[in-house]
Design a binder for this molecule. Structure first.
Ligand SMILES: Nc1ncnc2c1ncn2[C@@H]1O[C@H](COP(=O)(O)OP(=O)(O)O)[C@@H](O)[C@H]1O
Ligand SMILES: [Mg+2]
Ligand SMILES: [Zn+2]
Length: 315
């Protein structure tokens, strides 16, 4: 097996785990930093960080940053520009899963922050993403998740619906239609990729440096169906958590206020993402058995998305 880039998954020739341009996109420099991080220590650090950073959620994650000379990536309590998610204890291969799903998201037209895998000291792979809630100068941008915006308690993050999200966007986004389009894309993508963990805290509005509130780039995307058998949508669409029909997708798009033309464009783009996505899944770092299941799921669900795209453009 030839070596694959830990960012883009294409072949790398010669030395190194990254194409220079991919290292630049992730680390900000073609020189790959030394990774001064170790799995066994990270779990302790992650625990210590609870309450100290703005990170919340279940999977262990730590705030990390580059040293001033950009030579080393290490734990950084307050000023880290990255979030690192190491291997989890309960579910296998989550970093590899999140990594390939982020690549799929790119192909499907979602806005995503730079991300990739890094090899820790012990040889294990961890998922690394650059924070989108910081300006270049390191100032924190306001990020509010849909739980807060929908005036629900954090523990109610599974009690929403796709329609509730559409109302949040209508009410709080500076350009509601632009945000509704991005939301529709994210919800369709979550279903296509078997993501049962897209709950109200995995969607946010971000206030840009220009003061406008937009849907934030996508984060926490993964195919939970690979680790939780027959996982269902966290946010039902038209009351449905499993087999969302073409008709229900079109009804949700209409609820979002999208024109048939815009709806067809999004659905068509997700459908067209299937072929390149199958290539990405084949090359990704998941175990073979998970790759097979992921590919099958994508194929089956892309059919529904394709039918919905055709239906809505035929009127
Ligand atoms: N790239 C990112 N930039 C800024 N904030 C992020 C980014 N990724 C995640 N977050 C924030 O960190 C929180 C936890 O990250 P998430 O990926 O959702 O981890 P978990 O699997 O623990 O839920 C998110 O709810 C979000 O607010
Ligand atoms: Mg999350
Ligand atoms: Zn690459």
């Amino acid at each position: 097996m030839t070596a694959r880039c830990l960012v883009c998954l294409a072949e790398v020739r010669g030395e190194g785990d990254y194409h220079p341009r991919c290292a630049k996109a992730l680390f900000g420099s073609t020189r790959v930093p030394t990774i001064d991080l170790e799995l066994s220590r990270l779990h302790t650090v992650a625990q210590a960080m609870v309450g100290h950073t703005s990170l919340s959620g279940i999977q262990r994650k730590v705030s990390v940053g580059l040293t001033a000379d950009r030579a080393t990536l290490r734990v950084a309590m307050e000023k880290g520009h990255f979030i690192l998610k190491p291997q989890a204890q309960v579910f296998p291969s989550l970093p590899e899963n999140e990594h390939v799903t982020m690549r799929l998201a790119e192909v499907a037209g979602l806005a995503v922050p730079p991300s990739g895998l890094v090899k820790l000291h012990d040889g294990s792979l961890a998922y690394l993403t650059r924070r989108f809630d910081r300006t270049a100068e390191g100032k924190k941008l306001l990020q509010e998740d849909f739980c807060q915006l929908g005036e629900l308690a954090p523990k109610q993050k599974y009690e929403g619906s796709a329609e509730l999200c559409a109302r949040v966007v209508r009410r709080h986004a500076s350009e509601p239609l632009v945000a509704a389009l991005a939301l529709f894309r994210q919800v369709v993508f979550a279903w296509w990729t078997g993501n049962g963990d897209m709950h109200l805290k995995n969607l946010s509005l971000l206030r840009g440096a220009d003061g406008l509130h937009r849907l934030s780039p996508a984060y926490d995307l993964l195919c939970t169906d690979l680790v939780v058998e027959d996982d269902q949508l966290a946010l039902p669409v038209g009351g449905n958590r499993r087999a969302v029909t073409p008709r229900q997708w079109i009804a949700f798009a209409s609820y979002c206020g999208l024109t048939p033309r815009a709806t067809a464009r999004v659905l068509g783009q997700v459908h067209a993402a299937l072929t390149p996505s199958l290539g990405l899944v084949a090359r990704c770092f998941l175990p073979e058995e998970m790759k097979v299941r992921y590919a099958r799921l994508l194929e089956v669900r892309a059919r529904t998305v394709g039918v919905a795209a055709r239906k809505v453009s035929e009127g």
